[in-house]
Structure formats: structure tokens, C-alpha cells
Design a protein around this ligand. Structure first.
Ligand code: NAP
Length: 483
């Protein structure tokens, strides 16, 4: 199946932090793939901006190297790469100073979409926003894209929103949560709202519980100093996992339109109950084998930052009364696997004398690796000898449904094109981010006030023992973490 290419307007995309890690790994290779797919109209330009003094050609060489390293090998075509880098320019600019801004002003063109990607530390957002305004580089139709982390608590998120709001309207601000750009995550909405099959069952009456897992095998490695100021709650739960929870729990929006979707997500965040300490397990990975432990990467040998967290969360509204959402995420776990699993209740009456005793349907949405969905259904075990049941997957792997696995678009590709199109549906609105912090803050403050320490867990394990108990004491179990 060949995916349909929807044309976009001619654009100038300025990437502040164009030489940085995110630009190299995600933004530039993603743009290359969109270019290859025919989605970058002739005359569109990409302008890298950072302090380093580079010529256009030197920056183009960096872009070539980024494509060689991070674009799929099967999609590397010398002629296409040449044509792509010909669209690329560079301006040396200091976000906090004066150099480079006049040059960037001179490069702007009328009648094209102007987009500015802030792929820099959030402390620079205000400086860049004000200079884009003061030099009249941004026009009323310009868009700005900002990266996570969007604040580290409610107060700092509000301050960032205020800084951006001085020069840009909410309709111009695109706060990226790349989880929302994942095909499977969008498919979750398609499955829920484009099929009659699921929505009637999508409520407390039929759903037993929901599990959301984001498991990583990597540790904090070189990011130790940054991570130590963040931790799993801020780094993963407050943003990505909260967004996933919202898409599962939200009411059907009246239309697939930015405000309609975001209004419904906001209602979910506001309906989240405070989480008591007994429903939270925090962990920190120990050293193991030749591998260093969390504390080896921290500047603080007594750090209490969690590299793992599991929570039992309730959405306090009519639809989800009594349905627990179990969330867990961690580093240095046994496998890299992210999934959402929606476990339905057992049928009301068992007519088969089946020794196994469980007849549950589970809808599994895999985010990585192998994006796709599985619906676990019960069938009869083949062969004679009575009515024994077995659980089998109705498999919907994207890799099988399209040409080849490499064609699943990366989240960043999709989201950048949405910026150019002016579609904010898959971006977080300022009030959503603030509501998410308003729920997160008291949880973190509670740890700090009580001086809670995370439990140690073995690298390569499923996390701390107590996380298993979080489910066991409810008569449930976590799904196995496996690729
Ligand atoms: P990075 O590798 O440290 O890159 C920072 C970029 O900003 C460089 O291009 C740097 O170039 C430029 N820069 C720094 N100070 C500047 C200034 N005063 N004026 C102009 N340019 C300046 O950071 P990153 O990892 O790409 O992260 C960028 C943003 O994305 C951060 O907000 C980060 O939290 C977020 N993010 C990153 C990732 C990731 O995987 N890397 C994932 C999610 C979110 P010069 O030093 O030459 O100026």
C-alpha cells in the first residue's frame, strides 16, 4: 500500500539548535524522508540556526552525515540527498545576543509559511521569541514549535506559557509531545472513533483495567546530570504517559479538530484523582555486571531521583468509575517495550468447563518496537477432546499492512508536516500542560516532604518488587515486558 501524499504550502522552516542532537537524530532525517515522499514543495527551505560559525556547505555536510546515520538505509539515495541539501541554509545566530538576527531578517520571504522550531534549551525560548518579534521576523501567520520539557512544575510551565504568549497567540504555538505523532497512537483514536465495535464496550461496565508501559533498556548514561533534576515522573509520566491516558479515557470529540480533541483531553486530566502514596512505587536501578548503576551517573551520591515509577491512577468520572489505570515506566529494564493494554472483563457467565478459568479479551496497542495492534480473543483449541479454550491474537502489525516496516513514518515527520499545515490537533495546548503539572506537583511535593527514597531494582529486571505488589494486591498482574 502506498501512502497518500497530502500537499503542503511552500515553507521556510528555521531550526534554532539546527546543529544539536535532536535536529541531527530526528528533525533533519525526518524532513529528508518527507522530501523524498514529495511533501516539500519546490522553493521550500530549511534554515539551520545556532551559534557555531558555519557556511551553508559546512552545515549541509552535517545534514548529510545525520541522514547517513539516522535515516533508514533503504531510503538513502545520493541524488535525493543532493536535491534535499540544496534546500538547506544556515545562519550563525546567538539567541541571547545580537549577532545573526539581521541576516535572518533579510532571509525571510513573503507569502510562504514561516515556521520556527525551538530545538534548544527551554531557557532560550523567551530570548528567541522576543527577537523574532522585535526583528519582525515572525508574522501573524508564523508558527513556533517548542520541545519538551515544558516546565518542571506548574509555576515554571506557567512562566514559559507567559513568555511565549507575549509575542505569539495560542494558535501559533505548537508544543511537541512526539508520542502523539506515533502512528499507533493516532490509530488508537481511529480504532475508538471510526469503528462501532469498541466504543460501546469502552467503559467501566466492560473494561477491567488499563495498563500503560514504557520500558527502556538504556540507563541515563551521559544524561545523568539533566535526568537527576527530572526523574521518571517528570520525564515520562507528566507528558507522554498522561497523553496516552487521555486518548484512552477521553470522550468522543465532536470532530477531529484541534480544540475539540484538546478540550476532551483536558477534561480527563482534570478528572484525575490525587494519587495516595500507597499507589505509587518508585525505583532506582542498581549497578549490575559491568554496568554502572543510577547513582554512578548522578552528581549527588544520595540522589532520590527515580529512574522507575509505577502508579495506580483513577479517572474520576462517570465512564471510568472504579477502573484502575496502571502506569509504569523505567530505565534499564529487561526489554525495550512500550504498549497500552486494555483488559476487558470476563463474560458474565461461563458455559465452558475450561480449566484455565480466564476468558479475557485484551486490546494491546504496541508503540515500540513493531508498532501495531493485537486484539486477544478466546477460541477453541484445535482438535478433538472437548472444549478447551485458548487465547490468540488478531494481529494488525503495521509492518505487515504496508510495503515494508521502514515506511512507518516517524513521529517527528508527521508532526512537522502538521505544523506546516497549521494543524494543532496533535500538539498540547497551554492549559493541558498546566493541568498536567497541577496533578503532578502534589505527588512530587509529597515525596520531597516525606523524604521518600526510591527502591533499588536490578538492571535487566522488571522493576522493583513492590511494583508487582501494586497489581497483585488487586488480584491482577503486569503483562510481561518483552520485545
Ligand atoms: P543539544 O544537542 O545540546 O543542542 C543544542 C542546540 O542549541 C545546538 O545546536 C546549539 O548550538 C544551540 N544553541 C545553544 N545555545 C544557543 C544560543 N545561545 N543561541 C543559538 N543557539 C544555541 O540539545 P538537544 O538534545 O538537541 O535538545 C534541544 C531541545 O530539545 C532541548 O529543549 C531538549 O530538552 C529537547 N529534546 C531533546 C531530545 C533529544 O533526543 N535530544 C528529545 C526530546 C526533547 P551552538 O552551541 O553552536 O549554539
Amino acid at each position: 500500500m502506498v501512502s497518500r501524499v497530502i500537499p503542503v504550502d511552500v515553507f521556510d522552516l528555521v531550526i534554532f539548535g539546527g546543529t544539536g542532537d535532536l535536529a541531527r537524530r530526528k528533525i533533519l532525517p525526518g524532513l529528508y524522508r518527507r522530501f523524498m515522499a514529495g511533501q516539500m514543495p519546490a522553493d521550500s527551505r530549511i534554515i539551520g540556526a545556532a551559534r557555531a560559525d558555519l557556511t551553508d556547505d559546512a552545515f549541509r555536510d552535517q545534514v548529510r552525515a545525520a541522514i547517513a546515520e539516522f535515516a533508514p538505509k533503504a531510503r538513502q539515495d545520493a541524488a535525493v540527498i543532493d536535491a534535499f541539501v540544496a534546500r538547506i541554509h544556515y545562519v550563525a545566530i546567538d539567541a541571547t545576543g545580537t549577532s545573526g538576527w539581521a541576516k535572518l531578517t533579510g532571509m525571510m520571504r513573503d507569502n510562504v509559511v514561516r515556521a520556527f522550531y525551538f530545538s534548544v534549551a527551554p531557557s532560550l525560548f523567551g530570548d528567541i521569541a522576543s527577537r523574532l518579534h522585535d526583528h519582525a521576523i515572525a508574522d501573524p501567520w508564523s508558527r513556533i514549535v517548542v520541545e519538551k520539557p515544558f516546565g518542571r512544575d506548574l509555576a515554571s510551565a506557567r512562566a514559559l506559557n507567559e513568555v511565549l504568549a507575549r509575542h505569539f497567540t495560542e494558535a501559533q504555538i505548537y508544543r511537541i509531545d512526539h508520542y502523539l505523532g506515533k502512528e499507533t497512537v493516532q490509530n488508537l483514536m481511529a480504532v475508538r472513533f471510526a469503528n462501532i465495535l469498541f466504543e460501546p464496550l469502552w467503559k467501566a461496565e466492560y473494561i477491567d483495567h488499563v495498563q500503560i508501559t514504557v520500558a527502556e533498556t538504556v540507563g541515563v548514561n551521559g544524561r545523568g546530570a539533566y535526568y537527576d533534576t527530572s526523574g521518571a515522573m517528570r520525564d515520562m509520566v507528566q507528558n507522554h504517559m498522561m497523553q496516552l491516558l487521555c486518548l484512552i479515557a477521553m470522550e468522543p470529540p465532536y470532530h477531529f479538530d484541534p480544540d475539540a480533541v484538546r478540550d476532551e483531553k483536558l477534561k480527563v486530566i482534570r478528572a484525575l484523582k490525587p494519587v495516595p502514596p500507597e499507589n505509587i512505587v518508585r525505583g532506582q536501578y542498581a549497578a549490575g555486571g559491568n554496568e554502572s548503576g543510577y547513582l554512578d551517573h548522578s552528581e549527588n551520591p544520595a540522589s532520590r531521583t527515580e529512574s522507575y515509577i509505577a502508579l495506580k491512577v483513577h479517572v474520576s468520572n462517570w465512564r471510568w468509575q472504579g477502573v484502575p489505570f496502571y502506569l509504569r515506566t523505567g530505565k534499564r529494564l529487561r526489554a525495550r517495550a512500550s504498549e497500552i493494554a486494555i483488559t476487558f472483563k470476563q463474560p458474565p457467565h461461563a458455559i465452558f468447563d475450561d480449566a484455565k478459568g480466564w476468558h479475557e479479551n485484551v486490546l494491546v496497542i504496541r508503540l515500540q518496537p513493531n508498532e501495531g495492534m493485537n486484539l486477544m480473543v478466546m477460541i477453541k483449541e484445535p482438535g478433538p477432546g472437548g472444549m478447551r479454550l485458548m487465547q490468540v491474537p488478531l494481529d494488525m502489525s503495521f509492518a505487515d499492512a504496508i510495503d515494508d516496516g521502514e515506511d512507518v513514518p516517524d513521529a517527528y515527520e508527521r508532526l512537522i508536516m502538521d505544523v506546516i499545515r497549521g494543524n494543532q490537533t496533535l500538539f498540547m495546548r497551554g492549559d493541558e500542560v498546566e493541568a498536567a503539572w497541577a496533578w503532578t506537583d502534589p505527588i512530587i511535593e509529597g515525596w520531597e516532604t516525606r523524604g521518600d527514597r526510591p527502591q533499588t531494582y536490578d538492571p535487566g529486571s522488571s522493576g522493583p518488587e513492590d511494583a508487582l505488589m501494586l497489581m497483585h494486591r488487586d488480584g491482577r498482574r503486569w503483562r510481561e515486558i518483552k520485545e
